[in-house]
Design a protein around this ligand. Structure first.
Ligand code: FE
Length: 339
């Protein structure tokens, strides 16, 4: 699509949106409008419970984060959206940086959501925890050989490592968080080591990487645990296991799917109440369990299958760093030859 076509497409979407949601403002107290980059099957169960509990209807649009942010920008103060939900702190940081979100001062959110999982300026809050850690083939590796992400750059893993593409924001956030912890130079050495150790070309998604690992194409890799959970629930016989990375050195890398109040919401009080509800017991349980993630609120009991993978120490570095260092991470991975 050329830029002219893109502008026309955005204008058409804008007209459709305004048409679709016209009238929302007239009954604002009983309705919320949510733009979500988290898939419908993962969020609708949460919305349905909220409507049942409060009588407040939720209209929602799901799309990829890029088009949703474009849409919010194009709509400006005319947007019908009250809340933006998206995955990855890098994307939430971008939304805040593009001035699309509005700060929420809430004692409930501050109490329920740990400080490293929310924006220091309260522009967004993480509502589920996604853990990106080491998974290995149990026929090929003894877990005592494993330790950290950095160690996967060591020569002992030559032609044994599998990675998902660096184009995926999950890896950009992982490397961005490493930059914030170790600095550019040391992180670049680690990523160069990973590239040297690759057993095969990078994989397009975590599931393909896990399947390649189970098939013996690589021995060890880095994935989000919910992909491991989905695959192992279907095929429990696969020779794969989770290893919690960096337990003695700062904790495993975590990310979130999260949400923020839109800058131009006409319904900020109701929207804030919804965000507060999202951080509580009922919503946290559904929000995490539908995708085998962890709840962001640490007081919420987790799914028994997920629990069976064991406990872990998580990195407590604030996730806003994933956004701050994302551009540098992308450039670093490019220089290191990480495709
Ligand atoms: Fe994912």
């Amino acid at each position: 699509m050329n830029s002219k076509q893109t502008i026309i497409t955005i204008k058409i979407l804008l007209i459709i949106t305004i048409f679709f949601f016209s009238g929302c403002g007239t009954d604002s107290k009983n309705e919320l409008v949510i733009y979500s980059a988290r898939n419908e099957h993962l969020i609708k169960p949460v919305f349905d419970v909220y409507t049942k509990e409060t009588g407040i209807k939720i209209k929602f649009v799901t799309d990829k984060e890029g088009p949703l942010l474009q849409r919010l920008k194009a709509e400006g103060s005319n947007t019908p959206a009250d809340i933006l939900i998206t995955v990855d702190a890098g994307n939430l940081w971008h939304a805040a940086n593009e001035n699309l979100l509005f700060p929420v001062e809430s004692e409930i959110l501050n109490k329920n959501i740990p400080v490293h999982l929310r924006d220091p300026e309260n522009m967004w809050f993480g509502f589920s925890l996604r853990v990106r850690t080491i998974v290995y083939n149990t026929d090929k590796i003894d877990p005592t050989e494993l330790s950290t992400y950095e160690d996967l750059a060591d020569n002992k893993w030559f032609k044994r490592l599998g990675l998902r593409t660096s184009k995926k924001v999950y890896n950009q956030s992982l490397v961005a968080m490493m930059i914030s912890e170790y600095g550019i130079q040391q992180t670049e050495k680690i990523v160069e080591g990973w590239v040297r150790n690759l057993a095969a070309d990078v994989y397009m998604d975590d599931t393909r990487l896990l399947e390649a690992m189970a098939a013996g194409q690589c021995d060890v890799g880095i994935v989000n645990t919910y992909y491991f959970g989905r695959l192992l629930r279907e095929k429990p016989e696969l020779p794969l296991a989770i290893f919690w990375a960096n337990q003695a050195t700062g904790g495993v890398h975590v990310n979130v799917s999260g949400a923020g109040l839109t800058r131009y919401s006409k319904n900020k009080d109701e929207a804030t109440k919804f965000l507060e509800w999202l951080s509580g017991q009922t919503a946290q349980k559904i929000f995490a369990e539908v995708n085998l993630e962890y709840s962001a609120n640490p007081s919420v009991e987790i799914d028994s299958f997920v629990k069976s993978w064991g406990g872990f120490e998580q990195s407590k570095i604030n996730l806003s760093r994933a956004g701050e260092f994302q551009q540098q991470a992308v450039k670093l991975m490019d220089r290191a030859g990480y495709k």
